[in-house]
Design a protein around this ligand. Sequence first.
Ligand SMILES: [Zn+2]
Length: 416
Amino acid sequence: MGDLAEIPGAIASRAAEMAELLSSLVAIPSVSGQERAMTEFVAEWARRQGFAVDLWQADEDELARQYPLPPKFIPLSGRPTLVIQHRGTGGDAARSLMFNAHADVVAAPQAQRWRFGPWSGTVHDGRLYGRGACDDKGPLVSALWAMQTIRQERIPLAGDLLLELVPGEEDCVALGTLTSVARGWRADGLVVLEPTESRPRCASRGGLRFEVTCLGTAIHGTVKWLGQDAIALLPSALQALSRLEARWNDRNADPLFAEYPLMRPITVDSVHGGQWQGMLCDQVVCGGYLELLPGDDLDHWKTKLIESVAAEMAAAGIAPDRVKVEIIESYHGHRTSPDHALCRAAGKRDWSGFNSGCEAGLRWQILGTPTLVWGPGSLAQAHAVDEWVDFKETALVAEQFTMLAAHFCQPQIAER
Ligand SMILES: [Zn+2]
């Protein structure tokens, strides 16, 4: 073909095939830890299309010898990684582009609350429903659609076009991408596939996972005045966290995130406590995330969070030995300049940051890879009951990805 004006027609001609592919992917319940069937399905699809396929099982011990593993470490056994590749004609002198998708989805409890089953992949009124529809299978299909179009329509690319499908994003950000980095896969530009409402985002959040433990003194409930109830300490911990969220909501901290009402959201997502009935509770642990800005230094914020929670609790009259704060996971954000060739290849945009952590920070941190986060769908649907993606939007992003590759995968012009 060669004429980029023909791309929209070439994309449209594959719509039925791609809707079926997306339905099939959503029908595979690839909850974190059970990614194998999903990853093998995509590998098989890629082989049939004629892509070069690298499908392997990463070894944790080997990985740990090469890189410090994320603090929250999930075993990788039974969770393969996949890279598919379309070779360009220009060798190393041409810019390569890689897509990054995660194979896992969050669980779908309470299946009876879903309009269509969470693993149905039902299409209704132009929307495709099911767990993973927009996080991350719709965005993945946009990228596969673009790669297939480039291959079959023989759209000339000088640089390689790649896609890595990694396990474990939903339970341990960055570990899956690390397996691909350790394998030696590299690119001059990266698009991390996430639901961004079809807008490319040139920055993403870093973050910390914390646990605040309230320590009581257990005793029989009938003599409760002799003990200390950990549950009674919990409100002070929750109030401390919301005061810190308000204090750290500096509206001028980063213009790329100014459109969001919270600069640094703190979300408590779990509370565990209570060992036995009829007694004062010994300890309550509340866990959650502090979402940071790309420029926030993780070590600085680890210390700041630990000290600030302790100070807030002390100010509320809670003795220091009643509170423990720990950081159990951290991940980097990223920021690519809107002037970079990758952003320019994405077209003239109103640039903003992606309002979440994702796989972008890993390659950015280790290799300095210029990165966009981009895909159909919205964080407002991700992880929700009746998760859906608009199929027309999935097609539109496939078209945008095809154009991006055609513009970016060209001979190098000095800057990287
Ligand atoms: Zn995701």
